[in-house]
Design a protein around this ligand. Structure first.
Ligand SMILES: Cc1cc2nc3c(=O)[nH]c(=O)nc-3n(C[C@H](O)[C@H](O)[C@H](O)COP(=O)(O)O)c2cc1C
Length: 196
């Protein structure tokens, strides 16, 4: 029997169980309903050390920092599809998530410096929530995510942008957004190639 596809979800907010994580939970519920195994990683819990820009990974393809980023590397390497759920903080993603993005530099070094094969293409999705208190929108949170997705071989097949929720109870008043996230979760599983 074929194994279930693995969907990895990165929760990018420093606030646990807030609006973006609730959206991510709905998405992962949809993915599970479509037959996937799901694994959620709340990035803030890992206490990641920022990339030092030492470029050691350009020689070895590996990060010299020894911390719980290894859990994200392992999950990303095993994933058939990846979803990121994040709030917008000062027009981009929160620092905790950006640290994880920066720590993906070894993937860039492997293909762009060391000439190793590109990762197998897989579907990815992004769920963003913003309070809406500034005029800058979602764009500067989408772009860094697209940049890291490109390095990881992830094709953005789902993008959900929700403006308005601010206090963590606000998402509970937006059941249509959670339903949309559930549908996107199921669609992500459908986008995983046969036999992945
Ligand atoms: C430090 C900080 C910066 C924020 N910056 C923005 C922003 O630039 N634009 C915006 O629309 N909302 C901004 N917000 C509001 C959050 O996006 C909003 O509260 C969101 O619902 C939080 O999601 P979470 O519960 O998943 O953390 C900011 C909130 C914080 C705490």
């Amino acid at each position: 029997m074929a194994r279930s596809p693995l969907v990895v979800g990165l929760a990018g907010s420093p606030r646990r169980h807030g609006n973006s994580e609730q959206l991510l939970d709905a998405f992962l519920e949809g993915a599970r309903g479509a037959g996937a195994e799901v694994r959620k990683i709340p990035v803030v819990e890992l206490g990641l050390t920022p990339c030092r820009g030492c470029n050691a990974c350009s020689s070895t393809g590996e990060c010299v920092l020894r911390d719980r980023m290894s859990e994200i590397y392992g999950a990303l390497d095993a994933a058939d599809a990846v979803v990121v759920g994040s709030p917008v903080f000062f027009a981009t993603v929160p620092g905790v998530l950006k640290v994880a993005y920066d720590r993906c530099q070894p993937y860039w070094a492997r293909t762009h410096v060391l000439g190793l094969p590109k990762p197998t293409r897989r579907p990815g999705a992004l769920l963003l929530v913003r309070g809406g208190g500034d005029p800058y929108g979602f764009r500067s949170a989408v772009e860094p995510t697209k940049s890291v997705f490109a390095v990881l071989g992830l094709d953005m097949v789902g993008l959900l942008k929700v403006a308005g929720p601010d206090s963590p109870s606000d998402m509970g008043r937006r059941p249509e957004e959670s339903e949309h996230a559930r549908e996107l979760g199921a669609a992500l599983v459908e986008a995983v190639p046969e036999g992945a």
